[in-house]
Write a protein that binds this ligand. Structure first.
Ligand code: ZN
Length: 505
């Protein structure tokens, strides 16, 4: 569904902007990226006039017998299977090894993907999807061996769709090539498929002489992955990057996850010679991975200032691509904001996303308290604590890095609530015996910012991880800290006392 919303939102967005500013829609101050957005949106009737995209001419075209597809050899053993006849211009990749081949996505489901693949290789085929948006899984049903993520989102997509879910792909103005012979428009839907093996972050697929590492890269979609072919210095990005508007705002998208993914991909720029992208053009230079990380970093720290806002969305423009984010703002009413930091959060979509996430986590914590014995008192206590936290966040106006201060505050508060109210499952508790005769039960919790829940007698503290030269160090409120290395811990609890503890065997 990737480029579909672009069309809807950008037409509306640009119309709204043109209206709001009273400018001519053809004003020529747009960046190249936005030019592309605008033309593709506004000029939908003739978007195909810009085809063929010149980038494809760098590659050898491979014969096969369906007009719907174009196939190119992108690198040794790597074919791009391109569907230029439909607005999404989706690209699937076939990667061959000595023993088997991996098909990274199966396209829109309009052409016969299995037939085109069989004309490219005799090897057994494994299908793996970059993510399960409908424009990437259309041909999955044709294949027997499908690897996939073990997520609820993936399972939902694997169940297939009603025709309405994908009908838009075929609407007037979306397709310029003739549909394949025998294709029945009324029957078009995403067909169910079954996943034969679950794969996850850290897994690798050995094709025989070619190894593909799976990176979990959520953000655009919850089950998004990238594939890293380290030996051949290739990164397949799926929809995490391409030269068009990147979507962080769809249902199932998550800006904060996407920002982490962007930083991670930026870190790979030096390990690759090319990034293979799943829409429009097949290959982009590694420097775009750096640019992607920089772009999200600039949005997060508030220094990205080339953007347009309309329709509840904000589009940040960068060189060659743009990033569309949810501009709904935080969970509180920005019109009632009375504070510099509250205004800052209102104007920063990354902080606003953190505020919405905190609001959701806080709501879940309150719900937990609804079931406890002294519910009223406990609820009153948590509400007072939350008001205190907001005051503390607003103290960030004094910080040199106001955005960083607020972000850290949010991350610690979210993780702290998740840990204290058991919203994220902890690992097995570890029992420490301490030299003051006390015992501490430490439960390490894999919250996004890792936390530890410390119980001693009938008191509980929650600490969040802070940088440490060795081991794992956690700090909690009121100067409490817990620093553990191998089976020992140095504990300050309360503040200014220092005890040593050892794991009890
Ligand atoms: Zn997508």
């Amino acid at each position: 569904m990737i480029l579909r919303l672009l069309l809807l939102s950008c037409v509306a967005m640009l119309a709204a902007i043109a209206e709001a500013h009273g400018v001519d829609e053809d004003v020529s101050t747009q960046s190249p990226a936005n030019e592309q957005v605008r033309n593709r949106g506004a000029g939908k009737d003739h978007w195909w006039n810009q085809l063929p995209r010149p980038e494809w001419s760098a590659f050898e075209r491979i014969d096969q017998d369906q007009d719907w597809f174009e196939v190119y050899r992108i690198a040794d053993g790597v074919f791009a299977i391109y569907e230029p006849g439909q607005f999404e211009e989706v690209i699937s990749f076939l990667i061959t090894g000595e023993d088997r081949a991996l098909l990274f996505d199966t396209g829109l489901g309009i052409g016969d993907m299995k037939r085109v693949v069989e004309q490219l290789t005799d090897l057994p085929i494994v299908v793996l999807n970059s993510h399960t948006h409908y424009d990437h899984i259309g041909g999955n049903y044709q294949f027997d061996t499908i690897f996939g993520r073990d997520t609820g989102y993936t399972r939902g997509r694997a169940a297939g769709s009603q025709p309405e879910a994908v009908a838009e792909f075929l609407k007037e103005g979306w397709v310029w090539k003739p549909l394949p012979e025998g294709f029945v428009v009324e029957d078009f839907r995403s067909r169910a498929f079954s996943i034969s093996r679950f794969v996850d972050e850290g897994d690798a697929i050995d094709l025989g002489g070619r190894r593909l590492e799976i990176l979990s890269t959520p953000g655009h979609a919850p089950d998004a992955i990238c594939l890293l072919d380290r030996d051949n210095r290739l990164l397949l990005t799926g929809d995490s990057f391409y030269l068009a508007p990147l979507y962080t705002h769809l249902e199932g998208s998550d800006f904060l996850d996407y920002a982490k993914t962007a930083a991670r991909l930026a870190g790979l720029a030096g390990d690759i010679d090319a990034a293979l992208t799943s829409h429009n053009v097949p290959v982009v230079e590694p420097r775009y991975m750096t640019a992607l990380g920089d772009a999200f970093g600039a949005i997060e720290d508030g220094t990205a200032d080339d953007y347009v806002t309309a329709d509840g969305l904000r589009e940040y423009r960068f060189d060659g691509f743009s990033v569309i984010v949810d501009a709904r703002g935080p969970a509180y009413d920005c019109a009632a904001s009375r504070h510099e930091i509250e205004d800052l959060v209102c104007d920063n979509p990354a902080l606003a996303a953190l505020d919405r996430r905190l609001d959701e986590v806080y709501g879940r914590a309150l719900a937990v308290l609804g079931d406890v014995a002294d519910s009223t008192a406990a609820t009153r206590h948590l509400k007072a604590e939350q008001r205190g936290w907001i005051k503390g966040r607003n103290e960030c106006w004094k910080a040199a890095d106001k955005v960083g201060c607020a972000r850290t505050g949010y991350e610690q508060r979210i993780a702290g609530l998740q840990a204290r109210y058991f919203l994220v499952e902890g690992r097995e508790p570890v029992f420490f015996s301490c030299d003051d005769g006390s015992e501490i039960v430490a439960t390490f919790i894999p919250t996004e910012l890792p936390t530890v829940r410390l119980e001693r007698g009938d008191t509980v503290e929650v600490g969040w991880q802070v940088p440490a030269a060795s081991g794992a160090k956690f700090e909690a409120d009121f100067g409490v800290s817990f620093w553990t290395r191998s089976d020992e811990a140095i504990v300050n609890w309360p503040q200014d006392t220092r005890i040593s503890c050892k794991v009890r065997r």
